[in-house]
Write a protein that binds this ligand. Structure first.
Ligand SMILES: NC(=O)c1ccc[n+]([C@@H]2O[C@H](COP(=O)([O-])OP(=O)(O)OC[C@H]3O[C@@H](n4cnc5c(N)ncnc54)[C@H](OP(=O)(O)O)[C@@H]3O)[C@@H](O)[C@H]2O)c1
Length: 242
């Protein structure tokens, strides 16, 4: 049986990830700030182990203990959308959690690499101009957005950590999933792309259930992992393509 650690599992996308992983028979560990915020259908599930803690307050040794024995670590963390969540500490929630979880995996020296799956965003771009669809006006707008809004900056820095600072690791492999505007709704047809497909000014749509479905595929389907590891796939609903 596979084991996955999920952080951000009380969030809108994270709760769907928990549900779908448990539905596939994956054994799940979830680090949550408040157990009571877990959806009732997963809260008492025998496959779920809940660790009630503030993620960034855990020590390195505690984090290492939680990642040890996992096949995958999935982060669906995001800043709570209110003034305190967006402008208060920790402004670098996603980046710091990404770096600390990856370092904890490395310190645990697993026999085979552990997958790290990050919920990212289409506001995040790949380096060296690889996301060619983003024009000069859009880039300038994003530059201002990252200056004004800590969460936008945080998402880019988390991806930059995976692309750069993590370096070639014998112990961590990663995928950063980039959804477009998030929607409610069930799992539906979706497409995956190496680069951006929509402009920020004419956004596409991505069901959160589809993000969860793809993250579960990355966790359990070796071919899907081989196809996307080390990449930042953009995921959009099929009907939302231009
Ligand atoms: N909104 C969009 O259209 C969109 C599009 C693409 C990508 N994204 C990105 O996708 C990610 C997830 O989005 P979402 O809407 O599914 O998330 P969400 O519903 O806002 O959930 C955020 C999760 O992060 C946790 N969290 C927040 N602050 C924390 C802290 N200081 N310490 C520990 N945990 C903390 C929350 O825990 P609590 O329940 O305890 O608060 C919750 O589990 C975000 O990074 C977002 O930027 C969003």
């Amino acid at each position: 049986m596979q084991t996955a650690l999920v952080v951000g599992g009380t969030g809108r996308t994270g709760r769907r990830v928990l549900q779908q992983l448990l539905g596939r028979g994956v054994s799940v560990r979830a680090i949550v700030r408040a157990r009571g915020k877990l959806p009732p259908e997963v809260a008492g599930h025998p496959g779920l182990t809940v660790i009630e803690a503030s993620l960034l307050a855990l020590t390195d040794a505690e984090l290492q203990g939680h990642v040890c024995g996992c096949d995958a670590v999935i982060s669906c963390l995001g800043h709570v959308i209110n003034l305190k969540g967006m402008f208060g500490a920790p402004r670098d929630l996603v980046t710091r959690a990404t770096a600390r979880l990856c370092r904890a995996i490395e310190a645990s020296r697993p026999a085979s690499p552990i997958k790290f799956i990050l919920m990212s965003s289409v506001s995040v771009h790949r380096p060296r101009g690889l996301d060619t669809r983003r024009g000069a006006v859009e880039k300038a707008f994003l530059w201002m957005l990252r200056g004004a809004l800590p969460p936008a900056r945080d998402n880019q820095r988390a991806a930059d950590f995976l692309l750069g600072k993590l370096g070639a690791s014998a112990f961590v492999e990663w995928v950063a999933v980039r959804p477009d505007s998030l929607l409610e709704g069930d799992v539906s047809a979706y497409t995956l792309h190496e680069g951006l497909v929509n402009s920020l000014f004419a956004p596409g749509k991505t069901n959160m259930a589809n993000v969860a479905q793809f993250m579960c595929e990355l966790t359990t389907n070796p071919q899907t992992w081989t196809d996307w590891k080390g990449k930042l796939p953009v995921i959009v609903n099929s009907a939302a393509q231009p």
